[in-house]
Design a protein around this ligand. Structure first.
Ligand SMILES: Cc1cc2nc3c(=O)[nH]c(=O)nc-3n(C[C@H](O)[C@H](O)[C@H](O)COP(=O)(O)OP(=O)(O)OC[C@H]3O[C@@H](n4cnc5c(N)ncnc54)[C@H](O)[C@@H]3O)c2cc1C
Length: 270
């Protein structure tokens, strides 16, 4: 296997143009796959020396995250406001400190583990993903990006160059709950971001992990919540509605429990 170290985006895209080269970002999933021989690409292009990829900015109502932003960046108060708080809540669930120090948010999105944390955050918040290839750039809504476990619409010659996460309004409380008693990744998980104005829920985003082949947003749970108070009854009804999304067999109870926990956390953090 050939190792290439790119210095700029053009160098990465040229390396990827053959459609057989793998991107090396944090290496926290790729290296394991290479060791297990689950992946045997003829070439790997290391993007860690591309300084322009180490960018995190906020503009036009979005947080723009570049390919070298590590998970651990979101542990501190680097991102302000309600979105920053959600990211701080979520990041604690990812692996352990050495994984968070190396692994990247975009690597996690590209890898598309069905129970990973960042994919469900991206889908639930309505994020946009920007893909670049030698033929140009395209923007894909997160809801259309994931097509199944470890599967996305990214073409082999494309690099994920940015994720745009919508900034959350003030008055938003967020929660993330998961059940991972027996595995590295959770068996069921839920995230919630709920905005309350004058005692009434004005916006809600509820996302679920392992309710199907890729992360999903529960519009049914959201519509139960919006327009009413953030009461115990609303949380229970929304959790019931969330479990209905589950297309797998036997995970509904776990989904319901995690949805209720995520919503309760969101209310506590308002
Ligand atoms: C013990 C252990 C526990 C873990 N626990 C968790 C967990 O609880 N939750 C969780 O979410 N993750 C977990 N991970 C995975 C970790 O979050 C990884 O960091 C992440 O999945 C991949 O990010 P990376 O930057 O390390 O990518 P890499 O390993 O470098 O790459 C992963 C894949 O994505 C591709 N890729 C990477 N970046 C890009 C890009 N910008 N554009 C296109 N393709 C790209 C690579 O080619 C490769 O196929 C764990 C890992 C380990 C080893």
């Amino acid at each position: 296997m050939q190792y290439l170290a790119a210095r700029d985006e053009g160098g990465v895209l040229e390396a990827l143009a053959d459609g057989e080269t793998s991107v090396l970002a944090g290496g926290q999933s790729l290296i394991i796959d290479l060791r297990k021989k689950e992946k045997c690409p003829p070439r790997v292009v290391d993007i860690n020396r591309v300084a322009a990829f180490d960018t995190l900015t906020e503009s036009d109502g979005f947080l723009h995250v570049g390919p070298l932003i590590r998970h651990r960046v979101f542990e501190s108060a680097t991102v302000a406001g309600a979105l920053g708080e959600l990211l701080r809540v979520v990041v604690r669930h990812i692996g352990h400190p050495p994984i968070r120090a190396r692994g990247t948010m975009l690597g996690s999105l590209a890898y598309a583990h069905p129970a990973a944390e960042w994919p469900v955050v991206a889908v639930t918040l309505g994020a946009e993903l920007v893909l670049a290839g030698l033929r140009g750039r395209r923007t894909v809504p997160a809801a259309n990006f994931f097509t199944g476990p470890y599967s996305t619409v990214r073409r082999p010659d494309e690099l994920l160059v940015e994720v745009r996460l919508p900034v959350l309004p003030p008055g938003t409380g967020s929660g993330y709950a998961e059940d991972r008693r027996t595995t590295i990744y959770p068996q069921a998980a839920a995230m919630a971001a709920v905005t309350v104005t004058d005692g009434v829920i004005t916006a809600a985003a509820v996302g679920l992990v392992n309710a199907g082949p890729c992360p999903v947003r529960s519009r049914a749970a959201e519509s139960v919540l919006v327009g009413g108070p953030f009461s115990d009854a609303a949380i229970s009804m929304a959790a019931e509605a969330a479990a209905e999304v589950d297309v797998t067999t036997g995970n509904r109870r776990a989904i319901k429990v995690q949805a209720r926990r995520a919503l309760s956390q969101a209310r506590e953090r308002l």
